[in-house]
Design a protein around this ligand. Structure first.
Ligand SMILES: [Zn+2]
Length: 428
């Protein structure tokens, strides 16, 4: 599959930050995976939590007996951030000021512990996750592949995040560059709405590398020649950097917007879009991980994606990546009802099913497990008629370790190609 492998394997330091040397030159998948394996070998010890860090985090881990969909949706509104629904239990996080919301009459609490205690006991805590690309490394990879393929690739910022980081978009288009409009059908892949879902950045970033490395493959060449492909691996760079800033994970989900008059920060970007904003499954509490924001599109990152997509009306399909549940989801997420247009509904269901088959995941309507309003896929379909699917990647936690990257990518690159194959006409 992988052609044109250039036999330059650079030996990188374990450190994420190794000075200002040009880290990625003629980057290819083999190099990225070799680098990943070397990092895993060189960092044998599981990185434990920094004592002072999560100790001051006011969130609690709760394990509850599973409840019906309506009660799950209510949990989200009460500020409980559902992480997993499995084997008859729901697990998630809730800040201490909201924990009183979870009435013991309504919910049976099986386990309750501070996030510090819970994460210290968490056996899944990753070793050697420096294999994941942080903000700068992600940019460096994008920059390298853009400069090596300047006839068909351009790299531009869709605007700044709350803290002023550029949100990078790599565009593959053989005729138009930068922000010049294109008549070709467009496909968009977006990662990292949620900070701690680092695998989502990897899947989107590696897909860009993969496409360009295989640009002469007959099938891929056809997509590159005929489509307008947009790749935004990290929509929430502030949150990502915040999650890893101390050298151990913070289980951070939101962006880092600092509101006046309170110490708590951040809005859940995937509750901030304009589709039934802040109704079911979203919290109005600033401290909650499911906080919908002070108003619709209050956040720079969701605004940037809104403006970008609204000004590129040729975009027909999109994949937005999250983790972890091994699901392919389709609208509505913010409504119990199905998409009313029968043709469109069938498009969503059919292609979700096909991608799920490729991935070995399950396909379902986003609101099947619980209702969550204000998400990107609902907004994109409702306002722009973009067929947007949410891929909830695999894994057994937010930090599934490094070796999952190549495994997950083997399947996800095929699902990405599938999306491209239907982009010229999703109805076919
Ligand atoms: Zn997510």
């Amino acid at each position: 599959m992988i052609k044109n492998i250039i036999a330059i394997i650079l030996f990188f330091s374990v450190s994420l930050y190794c000075g200002e040397i040009e880290k990625y030159k003629n980057v290819n998948l083999k190099q990225l995976f070799d680098e990943l394996n070397q990092r895993i070998e060189k960092v044998p010890e599981v990185k434990r939590l920094n004592e002072s860090d999560l100790k001051n985090d006011p969130r609690y881990f709760l394990k509850l007996k599973d409840v019906d969909k309506k009660a799950r949706t209510k949990l989200l509104e009460l500020g409980f951030d559902i992480m997993e629904i499995k084997d008859g239990y729901i697990t998630g996080l809730i800040p201490s000021d909201l924990i009183g919301n979870i009435s013991e009459k309504e919910y049976s609490i099986i386990e309750k512990k501070s996030i510090y205690q819970w994460s210290s006991e968490n056996k899944d805590f990753p070793a050697a996750d420096s294999a994941y690309h942080n903000y700068k490394e992600t940019y460096d990879v994008l920059k390298d592949i853009a400069s090596n393929n300047s006839n068909m690739v351009s790299l531009f910022s869709i605007g700044k995040s709350y803290e002023g980081r550029d949100i990078w978009c790599l565009r593959i288009n053989t005729t138009e560059k930068g922000t010049t409009p294109s008549k070709k059908p467009g496909a968009l892949l977006v990662g990292n709405h949620h900070s701690r879902e680092h695998l989502s950045n990897e899947m989107v970033l590696l897909f860009a590398v993969y496409l360009l490395e295989n640009k002469n493959d007959t099938e891929i060449k056809k997509y590159i020649d005929n489509l307008d492909i947009y790749i935004i691996p990290m929509l929430n760079p502030d949150g990502v950097e915040y999650d890893i800033a101390t050298g151990s994970y913070r289980y951070w989900r939101k962006n880092t917007n600092k509101f006046s008059g309170t110490k708590v920060i951040g809005t859940d970007l995937n509750r901030n879009y304009d589709f039934r904003w802040c109704k079911e499954g979203a919290s109005t509490s600033q401290s909650a991980d499911t906080y919908c924001g002070p108003n619709v599109f209050s956040e720079p990152e969701s605004q940037r994606l809104r403006d970008f997509m609204s000004s590129n009306k040729n975009i027909k399909t999109a994949l937005t990546y999250h983790s972890y549940a091994s699901l392919v989801l389709y609208p509505w997420g913010g409504l119990d009802e199905q998409v009313s247009d029968e043709k469109d509904r069938n498009v969503f269901i059919k292609h979700a099913g096909e991608m799920a088959k490729i991935l070995g995941y399950e396909a379902e309507q986003s609101s099947d497990l619980y209702v969550a309003t204000g998400d990107m896929a609902d907004w994109a379909y409702d306002k722009l008629k973009v067929f947007a699917w949410t891929i909830e990647l695999e894994g057994n936690g937010f930090y599934p370790g490094s070796d999952i990257i190549s495994k997950a990518f083997e399947k996800n690159k095929k699902a990405g190609l599938y999306l491209l194959s239907i982009t010229d006409n999703p109805y076919k």
